[in-house]
Design a protein around this ligand. Sequence first.
Ligand code: CTP
Ligand code: CA
Length: 222
Amino acid sequence: VIAYFQPKPLAGSRVLITAGPTCEPIDPVRVITNRSSGKTGYALAQAAYEYGATVQLVSGPTALACPPGVERIPVQTAVQMRDAVMQRVDDADIFIAVAAVADWRVENQSSEKLKKKDGQPPALHFVQNPDILAEVAARPDAPWCVGFAAETTLDPEMAQEKRRRKGVPMLIGNLAQHVMDADHTTVELFDDEGMINLGSGEKLEIARRIVQEIAQRYVRPH
Ligand code: CTP
Ligand code: CA
């Protein structure tokens, strides 16, 4: 009922979001992954939908239910996430990368389950995964892009450097050790103007603030 009376600043716009971790197989029974519950990404999907957007959520494995009204595209690996995003990016006005994408995948994946051999742990070789956000932001007709950075120390200089390196107008920073799996979060917004403290609160409340900030800055093409 409350949502019904809310203004819809994103009415008519299409939002593509990545969320959750990616899982990179070592063998058929083992993976390498990142710590991410998906809660922030799912809260953003819900908030964007409440604000009137059409929302697609490309999600790594999480224990969360898909928010009502949101289309979820489930994926496992970073490469699958990249492919799912690239298939949909042309139809997106806004791209929000919240996923904790594994930076590396195992190059020498085994098709058979690896077996223990005495004192001989397997030698894993890693290759770097594609940077989905940077790839989207570098496209000629790129949607308006937002990145996230969960850091163990949040240095404004480093956050701005990461934002510029990704080529995105907005980066949201939070402290990893405080927010992992929690229902609450504390975030800072970085853009061309500097840093804004968006405060602390439930992830859905903070997600609504972030979506409001996006709606204020995003200018719909005519
Ligand atoms: N990201 C992405 N694809 C990747 C890695 C990161 O889309 N392969 C996105 C994340 O979803 C996030 C942003 O880029 O929005 C920043 O991710 P982060 O891990 O903080 O940055 P990295 O460039 O991977 O740098 P590092 O982990 O070394 O700090
Ligand atoms: Ca990373």
